[in-house]
Design a binder for this molecule. Structure first.
Ligand SMILES: Nc1ncnc2c1ncn2[C@@H]1O[C@H](COP(=O)(O)OP(=O)(O)OP(=O)(O)O)[C@@H](O)[C@H]1O
Length: 306
């Protein structure tokens, strides 16, 4: 891959708080125009990593470039080209939509302020809400306004930290449509999320736990690499099935999915052996392993490491 295509190219990025290593030697390469999903359990270091990329935090170790600039020595050149949407709603609730947008435009010292605000307002469908207080908007519209504020200065890279947490499915769909449109125009997006359907909407993704990278690639590559076999059982007594399988040799996970129980394991022979005595009491079929099952498996295995 030509280096110029890499908007993010960092290696060994590490951050410690007190004695605790929160991001531990992380590598990440993200191409221009890519939607890159960044997943991991709460407290795994995702926000800390994003903050290091855009120069809000200084790494203790590691190196690399973001938007062609050194993440340590040239963070002042990176910041103006990044749109960072922090996890918590960080707009001024007692200002109107227009006032929020104008304020951000002024902060960036944009020359064509009115034009920039007008464009982003139209793009995000915020025209009808121009004079509404940000605090009075619904969750979905607040999130749109937050994205609009990230876009006013026409950044090349979006760092979006759980941008859709708590918003309804339609608003999430609209949000992802916008992100796809933006990346088609050449903007790059690095997005943290806990939603599996969103992970699947990313071109590629990385999964971290305890500050360490556990998997990366396209969703289907990540699923294939974990090598889990998954069976779905229906009928009979699902609670009894769960009790029978939990902790059995060869069974790595048992989880209810609606009216079925999913059973996964990395060793297909051992898994079949565990299921065999229960074959007659339930209807079984082999199903595709989901990303959720893969992430749980990755976390379980990471947790078992000494
Ligand atoms: N400024 C700080 N000082 C001390 N500890 C911090 C600081 N910022 C983050 N941490 C700790 O670093 C760890 C990683 O936090 P971080 O917010 O990066 O995780 P995360 O993956 O973004 O989590 P979540 O999914 O909950 O947002 C946590 O244990 C957190 O308490």
């Amino acid at each position: 891959m030509p280096q110029s295509e890499l908007v993010i190219d960092v290696r060994g990025v590490t951050k410690r708080f007190g004695g605790k290593t929160v991001v531990d030697g992380l590598d990440m390469q993200v191409r221009r125009g890519e939607i890159y999903g960044f997943l991991g359990p709460n407290g795994s270091g995702k926000t800390t990593f994003l903050r290091m990329l855009c120069g809000l935090l200084r790494p203790d170790a590691g190196q690399g470039v973001c938007l062609g600039h050194d993440i340590i020595g040239q963070s002042q050149l990176i910041k103006p080209q990044v749109g960072y949407m922090a996890q918590r709603f960080s707009l001024y609730e007692d200002l109107t939509v227009d006032e929020n947008l104008n304020f951000i435009a002024a902060l960036y010292g944009l020359a064509e302020r009115r034009q920039a605000v007008g464009q982003v307002r139209a793009r995000m469908g915020l025209e009808p809400f121009r004079r509404h207080l940000a605090g009075a908007l619904s969750g979905g519209w607040k999130q749109r306004l937050a994205l609009a504020c990230c876009l006013v200065h026409r950044p090349k890279l979006l760092l979006l930290d759980e941008p859709t947490a708590g918003v309804d499915p339609k608003a999430r769909r609209d949000f992802w449509d916008q992100v796809h449109l933006l990346t088609a125009e050449g903007v790059t997006a690095l997005i943290t999320t806990h939603y599996m359907d969103e992970a699947e909407r990313c071109h590629r993704l990385a999964y971290i736990a305890y500050g360490q990278l556990l998997a990366k690639g396209a969703a289907e590559e990540v699923v294939a690499a974990e090598g889990l076999n998954t069976w779905s059982a229906s009928g009979g007594d699902p609670h009894a099935l769960r009790r029978a399988l939990e902790g059995a040799p060869g069974v790595d996970q048992v989880a209810p999915f609606g009216n079925t129980i999913h059973v996964s394991g990395r060793d297909p022979v051992a898994l079949s052996r565990a299921i065999e005595p229960l074959l007659g009491d339930y209807q079984w079929r082999q199903v595709e392993t989901s990303l959720e099952e893969v992430f749980i498996s990755l976390m379980q295995r990471a947790g078992k490491k000494p």
